[in-house]
Design a binder for this molecule. Structure first.
Ligand SMILES: O=P(O)(O)OC[C@H]1O[C@H](OP(=O)(O)OP(=O)(O)O)[C@H](O)[C@@H]1O
Ligand SMILES: O=c1cc[nH]c(=O)[nH]1
Ligand SMILES: [Mg+2]
Length: 208
């Protein structure tokens, strides 16, 4: 598996803004979307293209367009939903699948409650989005579910990751490409990322 860590100063700056405990829901949601778009730009740099004929007002020319079936963006509910529009701003024709998982507050284990993926998933470039990669259990289970449905070309985008989560995902799914906004120090005893930003889902949706 390849792991890419974001180096762009705009991404770094925006991640710092969402870490602040004083950043409110409205701003938090908006910045998550902006970061997703900037990370999406980096993560989709290797999309295949094919040449087509285009008639300009001047002459006919052969130029590239994105090749293959439409991209599938797959957010892990809930927090991943906050990143979807950032990717759709880049690729408006993308299909959107959903995987519903939540971490049990006691055991920290993920529990699946929903899975709906676009058709012909085996042919699509899939981009899984979830702002937080903590223990990695949710990410590992999500990628396993997508593979069970036939998904093959999988990229995973996470805004903040713990080293434990990166290792777990690399070990379980060495064939995927992982994109991380910032690699944080460690997990605490409640499996929250330190320094992190708290609970991403609650901060996006204004719940506690
Ligand atoms: O790497 P892990 O240890 O599995 O933790 C990461 C998961 O935890 C969060 O979701 P959460 O369970 O809080 O659900 P929510 O998005 O509905 O708030 C986050 O959005 C990830 O999906
Ligand atoms: O730090 C963390 C860990 C898991 N989920 C979150 O939203 N934040
Ligand atoms: Mg949450």
């Amino acid at each position: 598996m390849s792991v890419s860590y974001m180096t762009h100063p705009l991404i770094k700056h925006k991640i710092t803004l969402i870490r602040r405990e004083t950043t409110g829901t409205n701003e938090f949601r908006k910045i998550i979307e902006e970061i997703a778009m900037l990370m999406g730009y980096e993560a989709l740099a290797d999309l295949p293209t094919t040449d087509v004929e285009v008639k300009t007002p001047i002459e006919t020319t052969i130029q590239p367009v994105i090749d293959g079936k439409k991209l599938a963006v797959v957010p892990i509910l809930r927090a991943g939903l906050g990143m979807v529009n950032g990717i759709l701003a880049l690729v408006p024709s993308a299909k959107v699948g959903h995987i519903g998982l939540y971490r049990d507050p006691e055991t920290h284990q993920p529990h699946e409650y929903y899975c709906k993926l676009p058709d012909s998933i085996e042919e699509r470039q899939i981009v899984v989005v979830d702002p937080m990669l903590a223990t990695g259990d949710s990410a590992v289970d999500t990628v396993t579910m997508i593979k069970q449905h036939g998904g093959k070309k999988i990229k995973f985008m996470s805004i903040i990751a713990a080293p434990e989560g990166v290792s777990a995902l690399m070990k379980a799914h060495p064939d995927i490409q992982l994109y991380v906004g910032c690699l944080d120090r460690q997990l605490n005893e409640n499996a929250y990322i330190c320094p992190g930003l708290g609970d991403a889902g609650d901060r996006i949706f204004g719940t506690i």
